[in-house]
Each structure stands twice: as C-alpha cells, then as structure tokens.
Design a protein around this ligand. Structure first.
Ligand SMILES: C[S@@+](CC[C@H](N)C(=O)[O-])C[C@H]1O[C@@H](n2cnc3c(N)ncnc32)[C@H](O)[C@@H]1O
Ligand SMILES: *[C@@H]1O[C@H](CO)[C@@H](O)[C@H](O)[C@H]1NC(C)=O
Ligand SMILES: CC(=O)N[C@H]1CO[C@H](CO)[C@@H](O)[C@@H]1O
Length: 345
C-alpha cells in the first residue's frame, strides 16, 4: 500500500479510504467492487503527471464501448478523465470538459498538445470549456449532442442538482447515459451540515440524500438509476464527526439512461455475445447484472419492470458498500475516496 503522495492528501477532514496512512491501515483496500480492465489502466497511466496529481474525483467514470463516442465531462477539473477517455473514443470520437474554475481549465488546456502527440492524433479530440454545468446552454452545448455524460465528484458541489440533471437530459442523445460518481448522504442533511464551509469543501455538505437521486431521475424522465459501485467514506476528524452525527456518506457510481419508456416490461433474457474491448468474457453492467459471454442473463432492459422488482436488486449504495466491506478486496488504485488523492493498493 502506497503512502499518500503529497501534503494535500494529509489534510485533515473528511477523507475517502486511503487519505492518510492511518486510514490505509484501517479500511483501505476494502472498497473496490471490481477490477479495472487493462486498457483503462493503460489509458490512465498515459495521462500527464501534473494532470493526474490534480485529480480530485471519487470513482472511475469510464463506461464500456466508447469507440467514436461524444463524451461530455461535467466539472472536468485538470482533465484527467477527459484525457483518459480521449484515447478510448479514438480519433473519430470527441471529449469535452467543462469546469467553472479558470485555473483548472488552464492546467487542462496546457497539456492538449502533449496528449495529442502522445496518442498520435492529428488533431486534438478534446476541448475544455470554462463554464457552469447547470448552464450548459450558455456554454453552447446543444440538445442531444452527446452519447455519454460523465462527472466525477462534482454534482455535490452544485446547489441546484435538479438543474444539472435537467441539463444533462437535454444534451444527451436518446439512448445515451450519464455515468457518474458522486458523494451521497444516508439522510436528508440538516442545515448545520449543508452550510458548514469545511464540509461543503470536502464534498460532504452538498451530498444528495441517495433516495433523492431516484426521485429526481424519475421527475426528469431518466430510467431508474443503476447502481454500479459504492464505497463508504470515513471521517477522521473528531470535530467534524460531532457535527455529522448519525449521518453517513458514501461515494457511489450510478448510470442514468435516457431511453423511451417502452422497454420490455416482462421478464426477458439477454445474451452477451462478447466483442467489447476489455470485457471479452463478461460485461459488468452494474452491481446487479453481469452478462457472461454466451450465457443467459435474466432481467430486463435498462427500464425497470415489475418482474425485476421481484428480483433482489440493490439500489441502496450504503447496502452495497457494506456488502463489499464484508469481502475485502484490493484490486485497483483508482476507486474509493473523494475530493482527494488516490491511494494505490
Ligand atoms: C472535486 S473536483 C473534481 C474534478 C474532476 N472531476 C476530477 O475528478 O479531478 C470538483 C470540480 O468541480 C468544479 N465545479 C464545481 N461546481 C461547478 C459548477 N457549478 N460548474 C462547473 N464546474 C463546477 C470545480 O471547479 C472542480 O474543478
Ligand atoms: C432543446 O431542448 C429543450 C428542452 O428539452 C427545448 O425546450 C428546446 O426547444 C430545445 N431546443 C431546440 C433548438 O430544439
Ligand atoms: C469529433 C472530432 O472532433 N473528431 C476529429 C478527431 O480528430 C480527427 C483528426 O485526427 C478529425 O478528423 C476528426 O474530425
């Protein structure tokens, strides 16, 4: 287990697993739900060091099957995820990052040429925009223009989460999805926590009560959220612990699909015939469904049916995180924690 790399990761406050060495001895490496495919590990390793050092995400926001996709990264920061994804979408795809912090956008832009040359692209297929994610129209982002929207530990920092999700719905093409990691609370947060400056900055104060994600998704027209991974966040600071009281926090990855409401409503069987890079033997769709090559998988499309509700579907990220804690695993250096530097296992 590697020690944190710099002073920032030693900062006291809310921490993800691995923020301090003490933490590493307690619950580090217990949270990873699944191994990261080799092509993704390589794509992450190819990103410039300065960009990676300024990474502040809380999950891995790389869905499968990205060739030729148009991807939008909300709150792209220094651009780590954008640069990793730009290799996976290839020259015919495109990645746009948008962030409200000018300094972050500058760092991201500084390395456009570096990555273009490194990946052997003739033109860069990455664009960074300085702007607000709740105002994508102002940033010139048009209706139905992206296949995938990602976001890594950002939406908690936006007061009007409904507006963000509404904008995502607007800019997604039909069949597209929002694949994102963020922090969620186990309760509706009281004002004292919401308005606490340190907790806000640590990505906890603005965390959505996880059930509200399901409520907002339905209101806007998304299919029910699909839970992918979840990791409990541990708090190291006594004073913050006192303020937080009974509330718990989790970083979780969900996928939200924009699909017509005409999916299968009866039980169906799906057979994955393989062929997706990095998922040759099986495709892990979410925490509930794994499609093994050439085997029947029971379930439904991304919409949810009555039948599926009878299956034991996990939607609660706290339950998923607790279940994964029971079977400790150390498979990756890129999951867990939030708003801070990542450990490597
Ligand atoms: C915790 S950092 C995560 C950055 C990046 N996704 C990563 O994984 O490294 C949060 C980022 O969200 C940006 N941000 C917060 N609120 C925003 C908003 N309303 N519009 C655009 N960017 C925002 C911040 O500037 C910051 O770069
Ligand atoms: C874009 O989508 C919004 C909301 O769905 C709609 O009100 C608006 O008319 C659309 N604009 C165009 C140019 O289609
Ligand atoms: C979508 C997009 O911008 N694609 C460009 C990626 O880069 C190639 C050249 O390397 C362009 O031809 C594409 O138009």
């Amino acid at each position: 287990v590697a020690a944190p790399r710099d002073a920032e990761s030693q900062k006291v406050g809310a921490v993800g697993p691995g923020r301090t060495s003490k933490d590493l001895q307690t619950n580090a490496c217990v949270t990873v739900a699944r191994p990261v495919p080799k092509h993704i590990r390589e794509a992450l390793q190819n990103v410039h060091e300065e960009v990676t050092l300024r990474y502040y995400g809380c999950g891995l926001v790389i869905p499968e099957c990205l060739e030729n996709c148009w991807i939008l990264d909300l709150g792209s920061g220094s651009g780590r995820d954008c640069y990793a994804l730009s290799q996976l979408v290839g020259e015919k795809g495109h990645v746009t990052g948008i962030d409200m912090t000018e300094g972050q956008v500058e760092v991201a832009k500084k390395y456009l040429d570096y990555h273009m040359e490194k990946y052997g692209f003739q033109t860069s297929n990455v664009t960074f925009i300085h702007g607000y994610i709740e105002k994508l129209a102002e940033a010139g982002i048009q209706n139905e223009s992206y296949d995938i929207v990602i976001s890594n530990c950002v939406i908690n920092l936006v007061p009007d989460k409904e507006q963000v999700l509404q904008e995502v719905y607007r800019v997604l093409k039909h069949g597209g999805e929002l694949y994102f990691s963020d922090v969620y609370a186990s309760l509706e947060l009281p004002e004292e926590i919401k308005t606490h400056k340190v907790l806000w900055g640590e990505c906890l104060g603005g965390a959505l009560y996880w059930k509200d994600l399901f409520f907002l998704a339905q209101k806007i027209g998304f299919c029910p959220p699909r839970l992918v991974t979840a990791n409990l966040i541990t708090i190291q600071n006594k004073e913050l612990e006192r303020i937080i009281g009974d509330c718990r926090f989790v970083s979780a990855t969900f996928r939200l699909f924009k699909l017509p409401n005409t999916g299968p409503t009866e039980r169906c069987q799906t057979i994955y015939s393989g062929g997706i890079t990095g998922h040759e033997k099986q495709l892990i769709f979410d925490a509930n469904f794994i499609f093994k090559v050439n085997k029947n998988t029971h379930g439904t499309g991304a919409g949810r049916s009555v039948v599926e509700l009878l299956l034991d579907i996990i939607t609660d990220p706290f339950k998923l995180a607790e279940d994964s804690n029971k079977k400790p695993k150390c498979a990756s250096s890129v999951a867990g924690g939030c708003c801070g530097k990542k450990r490597s296992c």
